[in-house]
Design a protein around this ligand. Structure first.
Ligand code: SAH
Ligand code: SF4
Ligand code: F3S
Length: 443
């Protein structure tokens, strides 16, 4: 008899990928089917994020809610980054929890399931060569982890303490997995890692020397894989070889996430990011120059920004606005600094802390600026012809939707065909940040 699994996933794409692995392992080895109703579930999993304080604070009230409404005998497990961070404390604080599985220990899911009160949170554990069960159903897009952990120690960030040191997954395993995915109909791969362009820095098995540009090139040679995306590269490792491969390889989508964090060189230094405002702007200029040489003026750039980092003055924040104006990001994820345990910025002296009202105002200013820039950029898109992978198709209502390779979501009015097709679309309309257009050619 099959059992039911309910899984709630918070956090980044790496957690999403870990959830996919857990679902596939439990389906294949323990006969669990997914349900979206926690009341029906035999197993409730919360896959958590620790990157900011708020979601972490909510964990215990969520466990309480699940415990109140769950089926009798149903188990509750806590996985992911908060599991790594709080470990056994979770079970001490909440007796409803049956096991705790750290973000670095995902491959042990079937073990902890059968070990009452198990706590598996070793951040030195290495499952970089573990081959997870395959998911039963597959769409046209898939996630693929290329490395685990992170060697950087950005002074605000808890991730190195929840996911451990950086290890790259052997290239052969990645190429095999990508071939399997292509055979199942996957057209677009999103490569995942905290520092994807540091790929090859260290393997846990003997391995030839290989860098990220080479990996991208080799993946792009696989028949059936039409598009490659990746997240996140680090500005420090954006060398010319990588930028050249990015610009010239037609299978690499012309959109890139380049986390800025701050536009002030002083704050970047305090954050231990390893680059300056000038370095960041120069790398972006080089990227655009390389892409323009290949006829691609429209490369999409997204970013992450933290406001209110300790010591951030009005002038520092002005530098962040200045970079936002110069780069004109297509997508911006912006956050107020949240102090995290273990990190080197955690115990900053109170005189450096930014008043929370000031931080909120800065966030609003930055987000307003971004909205204005995006609306202008969207107007510039009108008339452009872009390649779109159709992801949604509503025949009756006569509209479809997909992402352009420069990562804009585009509504299409006249598409006739099937999900998964790549078509050429002329952009005809822009409203705020939304774009729509018409198919002008099928593949
Ligand atoms: N490896 C990625 C980041 C992963 S964390 C990189 O280097 O860009 C995702 C984002 O969360 C970060 O880019 C940062 O903007 C944000 N973040 C991390 N720690 C934070 C903190 N303590 N407070 C607020 N935002 C934070
Ligand atoms: Fe965190 Fe920095 Fe590593 Fe990104 S590079 S995961 S921000 S420590
Ligand atoms: Fe991702 Fe959150 Fe962990 S951002 S790496 S799930 S702390």
């Amino acid at each position: 008899m099959t059992k039911k699994l309910y899984i709630q996933t918070l956090g980044c794409a790496m957690n999403e990928r870990d959830s996919e692995h857990i679902i596939a392992e439990l389906a294949q080895k323990e006969r669990y089917d997914l349900t979206d109703d926690p009341k029906q579930a035999d197993l409730i999993l919360i896959n958590t994020c620790s990157v900011r304080e708020k979601p972490e604070r909510k964990l215990f009230s969520e466990i309480g809610q699940f415990a109140l409404h769950k089926k009798q005998g149903a188990k509750i497990g806590v996985c992911g980054c908060t599991a790594s961070h709080l470990g056994g404390e979770i079970i001490k604080k909440s007796p409803h929890v049956d096991f705790v599985l750290g973000a670095r220990n995902t491959s042990k899911i079937t073990q902890v399931l059968h070990t009452p009160k198990a706590v598996e949170v070793d951040i030195d554990y290495d499952d970089s060569t573990y081959v997870f069960a395959s998911p039963q159903t597959m769409g046209i897009k898939a996630l693929l982890n290329i490395s685990i952990g992170c060697d950087k120690k950005c002074s605000y960030c808890i991730v190195p303490f929840t996911r451990g040191k950086e290890i790259s997954i052997p290239q052969d395993l990645l190429l095999n997995e990508a071939r399997k995915l292509a055979a199942k109909g996957v057209k677009e791969l999103l490569l995942l890692g905290q520092n994807v362009n540091n790929y090859g820095v260290r393997f846990s098995v003997p391995h030839e020397k290989v860098d990220f540009a080479t990996l991208l090139h080799n993946l792009s040679e696989i028949d059936g894989i039409e598009r490659l995306r990746f997240t996140s590269p680090h500005p420090l490792h954006m060398n010319d070889e990588f930028l050249a491969e990015f610009a010239r390889n037609p299978k690499i989508c012309k959109s890139i996430h380049i986390p800025l964090q701050s536009g002030s060189s002083k704050i970047l230094k305090a954050m231990k990011r390893g680059y300056t405002k000038e370095w960041y702007l120069e790398r972006v200029a080089k990227l655009r120059e390389f892409c323009a040489r290949e006829g691609r003026e429209d490369v999409g750039i997204s970013t992450d920004i933290i406001v209110g980092f300790p010591g951030e003055s009005d002038a520092d924040f002005e530098d962040t606005l200045d970079v936002a104006r110069q780069v004109r990001f297509d997508t911006m994820y912006s956050f107020i600094y949240s102090p995290r345990p273990h990190t080197s910025a955690y115990n900053t002296e109170s005189s450096l802390l930014v008043d929370s009202e000031v931080a909120k105002e800065r966030l609003a200013t930055l987000q307003n600026l971004h909205r204005e820039i995006l609306a202008q950029k969207s107007q510039d898109e009108i008339g452009r012809v872009v390649e779109v992978l159709v992801e949604n198709h509503h025949k009756q209502e006569r509209w479809s939707e997909g992402r352009s390779d420069h990562n804009r979501l585009i509504k299409i009015g006249n598409f006739v065909g099937d999900i998964g097709e790549i078509v050429r679309v002329k952009i005809t309309n822009a409203q705020g940040g939304s774009l729509s257009g018409e198919v002008i050619a099928y593949a």
